[in-house]
Design a protein around this ligand. Structure first.
Ligand code: CU
Length: 157
């Protein structure tokens, strides 16, 4: 039991303290710890998560993106519908208010990689371009992680 707890604690430290290398600064945006969830062979969609901090005084908006490994990259949210959580595309993008950190995590807002051309395997790194209303296009490298590791992002602070 103690052993398990220690491993859990070590993992959460690893996952919740992104090193400087995991941070990208573009204009007034700081992008931390982009992670993509591994996919099953033949899966057509995958999900990406990250933290975006707006250190500026103007509101920003994440509109979507592009990726070589997927036909389409969208920003999604989760909505309750007849007591079932469903994903929905944010047609007007995701707002990143000034002086705010917006977290894209499992069960919440996320990047959706649609029409995957290939499997995303744990340990891979995949480049994608995110498109912001003001900052424009930003290239981000997603670390592909196992589903279990990805779920821990939910509890990161
Ligand atoms: Cu989605």
């Amino acid at each position: 039991m103690t052993h398990k707890l220690l491993i859990g604690a070590a993992l959460s430290v690893l996952l919740t303290t992104p090193s400087l290398a995991d941070s990208i600064r573009i204009g007034d945006l700081m992008i931390h710890n982009p992670v993509a969830r591994e996919t099953a062979p033949g899966a057509k969609v995958g999900a990406g998560y990250l933290m975006i901090k707006n250190v500026g005084s103007q509101s920003e908006r994440l509109l979507g993106g592009t990726a070589g490994f997927a036909g389409k990259v969208e920003v999604h949210t989760m909505k309750m519908e007849n007591q079932v959580m469903k994903m929905q595309r944010l047609a007007n993008g995701l707002e990143i208010p000034p002086n705010t950190t917006v977290k894209l995590v499992p069960g919440g807002n996320h990047i959706m990689f649609m029409r995957l051309h290939e499997q995303l395997k744990s340990g891979d790194k995949r480049k994608a371009t995110l498109n912001f209303a003001t900052a424009g296009e930003v290239e981000v490298t997603f670390d592909v992680k196992s589903i279990a590791q990805t779920m821990k992002l939910k509890h990161s602070h």
